[in-house]
Design a protein around this ligand. Structure first.
Ligand code: MN
Length: 513
């Protein structure tokens, strides 16, 4: 069952992913006796209840079981694998829990794993501590026993260290929870690809079979005629409703407004949107691509339609870029309920003024208004490539603030994610002759380091830009997926980055993955 694209834009609910669960397991053993186990049970339930109440953790925390034996650990891991609601396991060794009892369960586990290294008490009761207290509160060494086994089994996991009432602990669990929900989405994600790739372009291509094996995503190709039929058959009521939304939600250019001389072009755009929506909904698609080179039967390159579908949570990639379309959908799901936005993006061109180097990012039309500063305007202008009628598009500037760019490439033998922390800046100059939505940013740590590293990594020109998530969320997702992440942040230095690429190459060639 797929998260419907509209689900991710919902806000105001204390749990953005109310249908999703994280199962909290406490590790223990029978050796301590019933009284100690009862205390473990009640304290573990208190921790689960407290974490469940934290808004920063966007899924339900379910206190599943205190584990004391290998059979029950295996059973709960198998149940997690089979559960549609469970997106991951959180484990904490409240007492010592001899780790051989975890081998069968952890070996069977196919859901994301977080090792929470906490303890029930925050302060050490120096004057009262006795052996009973020690028996009850042993995570300092019990979690080391567990971590040894997880490492020996080669389990990818996130380790979070901190007291369970510390907001920072909950925040880091919450970030991982978002990555786990993104992973869950990828397992069900269907991408519709209208037409094929932009001819001769390399980086937007890739191994769709390997992507399905690695990430779960399904990519289905369609002739553009299938979409043209859906557009032609779009119900008049749908088109009318979309036209009203254009008129109400945006500053509509006079020529497109009711009675304007180009109103018919706005109608055509609304009809394209109505057809696209029906097609995607009908096939349970959460992401899609198109290409300006293949629009036979479609009057305009879809502009405003793509922009509004992205705002509703759909992933999109231009020129057949199904990897970016899928990644955009996954990142949008991960960002569900958070302030900020997430968009398809392309490095457009630079301002190389010495000491003030910046990137102008945009695309021909397709930038998501979730990153807009202020109300977008709805305009129509010529598009010099593609050979279709002038397309309607939303024009706006991206809101300033910290953001992350993330992109996925296929190296032939593996996928790599490349990410860069950037700072979006106010767009101070008017761009009267470039009427597209745009963003201006400064890469971190600086333009030269970030750009040289991005190019050395083979980083694509298409990317996902998000102001809702930080690099930790992307890193958590890469770790869950088992995909290399090449991250360029505010502390990165070029020699180390280049070494990292060499080491990653060596690692990928080794047997011990
Ligand atoms: Mn492009």
């Amino acid at each position: 069952m797929q998260t419907s694209p509209s689900e991710v834009s919902r806000t105001g609910d204390s749990k953005s992913f109310s249908g999703r669960e994280l199962w909290l397991l406490a590790g223990s053993q029978d050796m301590y006796g019933a009284e100690t186990l009862a205390q473990v049970e009640s304290q573990w339930r208190e921790v689960a209840t407290a974490l469940d109440a934290v808004e920063a953790i966007p899924a339900r925390i379910v206190a599943r079981q205190v584990m004391t034996g290998a059979e029950e650990i295996l059973r709960v891991c198998q149940a997690a694998n089979a559960s549609e609601e469970c997106v991951g396991l959180i484990v904490w060794m409240h007492t010592f829990s001899p780790a051989r009892m975890w081998i069968a369960g952890l070996s069977a586990l196919r859901k994301p794993l977080l090792h929470l290294h906490t303890q029930f008490n925050q302060q050490l009761p120096w004057s009262e501590i006795d052996m009973d207290f020690m028996n009850l509160n042993q995570s300092a060494h019990g979690d080391r026993e567990f971590a040894y086994m997880a490492t020996r089994l080669g389990l990818r996991r996130k380790t979070v260290v901190g007291h369970w009432r510390d907001p920072r602990t909950a925040e880091r669990i919450g970030t991982w929870c978002r990555a786990a929900c993104g992973w869950h989405e990828a397992q069900h994600l269907r991408v519709a690809r209208f037409g094929d790739n932009m001819r001769n372009v390399a980086v937007t291509e890739g191994d769709k079979v390997e992507a399905q094996i690695r990430l779960g995503i399904t990519v289905d190709g369609f002739g553009i005629g299938d979409l043209a039929d859906a557009v032609a058959e779009a119900p008049a009521a749908d088109i009318q409703q979309i036209l009203e939304q254009y008129d109400n939600d945006y500053v509509v250019a006079p020529e497109l407004a009711p009675g304007g001389e180009r109103r018919a072009s706005l109608f055509d755009a609304a009809q394209i949107e109505a057809g696209l929506r029906r097609f995607l909904t009908g096939g349970s698609y959460g992401a899609f691509t198109d290409t300006f080179e293949d629009l036979h039967g479609i009057k305009q390159l879809p502009g405003v339609a793509v922009q509004r579908l992205m705002a509703d949570g759909y992933g999109f990639g231009a020129e057949g870029d199904w990897k970016t379309a899928a990644l955009l959908r996954v990142v949008k799901v991960m960002a569900g309920g958070l302030p900020g936005g997430t968009s398809f993006m392309e490095d457009y061109t630079y301002d190389l003024s010495p000491g003030d180097e910046r990137v102008l990012g945009s695309h021909m039309l397709e930038v998501c208004p979730s990153i807009a500063a202020g109300q977008p305007s709805c305009e129509i202008h010529q598009l010099s490539i593609g050979g279709r009628e002038d397309p309607v598009r939303l024009v706006f500037n991206a809101a300033p603030g910290p953001a992350v760019l993330v992109s996925m490439l296929d190296l032939g033998d593996r996928f790599r994610l490349v990410a860069n922390e950037v700072e979006l800046e106010p767009v101070e100059q008017g761009l009267p002759k470039l009427p597209v939505a745009r963003a201006v940013w400064r890469p971190r740590p600086d333009f030269f380091t970030a750009t040289e590293a991005w190019l050395a990594a083979g980083g694509p020109h298409h990317s996902v830009l998000t102001t809702a998530l930080d690099l930790e969320a992307i890193s958590d997702f890469a770790n869950i997926a088992g995909i290399e992440l090449f991250a360029i942040d505010g502390c990165s230095q070029l020699p180390q980055l280049l070494n990292e690429l060499r080491w990653n190459h060596g690692y990928s060639k080794s047997e011990c993955r």
